[in-house]
Write a protein that binds this ligand. Structure first.
Ligand code: 1HN
Length: 356
């Protein structure tokens, strides 16, 4: 009896043996699942991204300042990346696995030609008279235009304007990086040759007529520029519709060759919040970047109140409850999300939430 170990020492010795075992398996690049249970077993997603807003009145002077300090040529792309507070800047994560940045081209500048596997889309915030050339087609970009750059399409930007032109870039680059599928190539010359007539794709793809002899790429939209005047006009025409209780008059930009999203990994939308409209609260597993195209209002995101006005950009992470309201008149929100990725994996889930 004198040799029997007290219970505390018994358990200590088991603890010691376990610790030694964990160190031993670690040396083999092995971990015990039962110690990582909290990271694996979740009753609902533990979302890393947080709701956040980048105010245009803060961003505008800073992108202009960047224009004083760095040329577009030096920078290749003069972009201020909008990074979610939950992540390091190198992750390029604005919300979830999608990216947003503010780009500016000054009069006479050229942002050289390149291509890459991440897909891009742009929404013009301010100015007109800048252009982008995508696979030989040049389009002039004006405030409110939605412009697409499919993966591996050569693209360069320039400006014949006498004022700065600024736009929001939306890319799927964090997804592409996580999947280790990021390829990039320089064209080798500043600008690619313009081989097509201006707005060529508008005539081919935005008239509800399809060129029958052309092979259809069902994956990427063949339409380069979705003009603001036309998109806004459509929203206004549908003003009297009931719309969605959660999103108001929400219309999706579509690939005219497939009816699906413009980009395989991202869906883009234009949304009218009518005067006095306050949407019902809901949540879903897609992550969204919103940009205020017109008007003012506020959103309640995860219980936090975010007032917004024209030019602001804000994010709603996956599974965070949100509702939107216009204030002082109508408001138009541009947005894009990773919805097609969630859909492709069968992970898109949506739920109504009782108003807080
Ligand atoms: C890019 O190519 C552009 O072409 C903008 O305008 C932003 C961010 C990350 C990687 C490539 C552009 C980008 C980008």
């Amino acid at each position: 009896m004198a040799n029997a170990l007290p219970a505390s020492e018994l358990s200590n010795s088991l603890t010691d043996q376990r610790d030694e075992f964990y160190r031993d398996i670690q040396s083999q690049n092995v971990e015990a699942l039962w110690n990582a249970r909290s990271a694996i077993v979740q009753t609902e997603p533990s979302v890393q991204s947080v709701p956040f807003i980048w105010k245009w009145r803060e961003m505008r002077p800073r992108i202009l300042r960047a224009g004083d300090l760095v040329t577009a040529q030096e920078a290749e792309r003069r972009v201020l990346m909008l990074i979610n507070p939950a992540f390091e800047s190198r992750t390029l994560r604005t919300v979830g696995c999608i990216y947003a940045g503010i780009q500016m081209v000054l009069p006479g500048e050229v942002a050289g030609s390149h291509r890459h596997t991440p897909s891009a889309q742009r929404f013009v915030i301010e100015g007109e008279g800048a252009y982008t050339t995508v696979n030989g087609e040049r389009t002039i970009m004006s405030k409110g235009d939605y412009v697409t750059t499919p993966k591996m399409a050569w693209h360069d930007h320039g400006s014949a304007s006498d004022k700065p032109v600024m736009w929001l870039d939306g890319l799927d680059i964090p997804f592409v990086n996580i999947l280790d599928a990021n390829f990039f190539e320089d064209f080798g010359e500043e600008s690619q040759p313009v081989t097509k007539r201006a707005d060529d794709s508008q005539y081919r793809w935005s008239r509800n007529l399809r060129p029958t002899w052309e092979a259809v790429d069902g994956e990427n939209t063949p339409l380069l520029n979705y003009r603001w005047t036309k998109s806004r006009d459509a929203l206004h025409h549908l003003r009297e519709d009931v719309g969605s209780p959660y999103d108001g008059i929400l219309m999706e930009y579509t690939n005219p060759s497939s009816g699906g999203s413009t980009i395989p990994t991202m869906s883009a939308f234009l949304q009218l919040l009518r005067k006095g409209e306050h949407t019902k609260a809901h949540r879903h597993t897609s992550s969204t970047v919103y940009h205020v195209a017109e008007g003012a209002g506020y959103s309640i995101i995860g219980g936090q109140h975010f007032p917004w006005e024209e030019g602001d950009t804000f994010v709603v992470p996956s599974w965070v409850t949100h509702e939107h309201a216009s204030e002082g008149g109508e408001a138009v929100l541009f947005s894009y999300s990773d919805r097609p990725v969630l859909q492709a994996f069968g992970l898109l889930r949506e739920a109504a939430v009782a108003q807080q």
